[in-house]
Design a protein around this ligand. Structure first.
Ligand SMILES: N[C@@H](CCC(=O)N[C@@H](CS)C(=O)NCC(=O)O)C(=O)O
Length: 227
């Protein structure tokens, strides 16, 4: 069986390519290009009813939702790698779920709020723009600021001396665990300018980007706006 990654350009599936490269799991890529609306093409619905990326197939198995894909790959092909130490399993689970459960919805809302005014009829565009701008500054930005502080503190807890650290302390060989694979995409998008982030987060992303496995994933995945 070969893992097939149904890979949408500029999307969360980049984190799956990174994981597969780190674990040196053989895989192939089916490429999908976003439509001008930024949505996935309808062909992705043939793989999974939600039509989102990432989704992988592995023989008869189809897995959607990046957190589930990351866990599936680590469990099936990890051979003990990418597993947190016992004392860090809860931190690992928490960061893994947090990335998609709490952080990404805020970031996606921020993006959508910035796009809505451009879609409004010309005459009411200034009004729509001021409503969404107020929603962003009053509702989203304070929450995102809080989240950025929380993430920064989380990283600092793992690296009291300021050295590089994985979100859940890394695996037995000092390599990333599922928490890191899940946290990468929102932090890449944030570092690329979606929200303001401190040096600690920027450096974390840069360190991941410098890893040979990440570079291989980038080369195979094609254009990626966040690296
Ligand atoms: N929580 C899901 C989110 C999946 C998702 O929304 N993926 C985006 C790409 S980053 C997508 O497919 N967007 C295209 C669309 O919604 O049409 C996951 O982590 O897999």
């Amino acid at each position: 069986m070969t893992v097939v990654v149904h890979h949408l350009n500029n999307s969360r599936s980049q984190r799956i390519l990174w994981l597969l490269e780190e674990l040196e799991v053989p895989y192939t890529i089916e490429h999908y290009e976003r439509l001008p609306t930024k949505q996935a093409p309808p062909s992705l619905r043939k793989v999974h009813p939600l039509g989102k990326s990432p989704v992988i197939t592995d023989g008869d198995v189809t897995v959607a939702e990046s957190g589930a894909i990351v866990e599936y790959i680590i469990r099936t092909y990890g051979k003990g790698r990418a597993e947190p130490n016992e004392q860090n399993w809860l931190a690992n689970t928490q960061w893994s779920h947090y990335a998609e459960g709490s952080l990404m919805p805020l970031m996606v809302n921020k993006l959508i709020f910035s796009l809505v005014p451009g879609q409004a009829p010309f005459l009411i565009r200034p009004l729509v723009s001021s409503i969404f701008s107020a929603l962003t500054t009053k509702m989203l930005d304070p929450q995102l600021k809080n989240h950025v502080e929380y993430i920064t503190e989380g990283l600092k807890k793992q690296s009291p001396n300021g050295e590089f650290a994985w979100f859940a302390g890394g695996d037995k060989d000092g390599n990333p665990t599922s928490a890191d694979y899940q946290m990468l995409f929102p932090l890449e998008a944030a570092s690329a300018g979606r929200i303001e982030v401190p040096e600690t987060i920027k450096k974390w992303v840069e360190t991941v980007h410098a890893r040979p496995a990440y570079q291989r994933a980038l080369e195979k995945g094609g254009t990626y706006a966040y690296a």
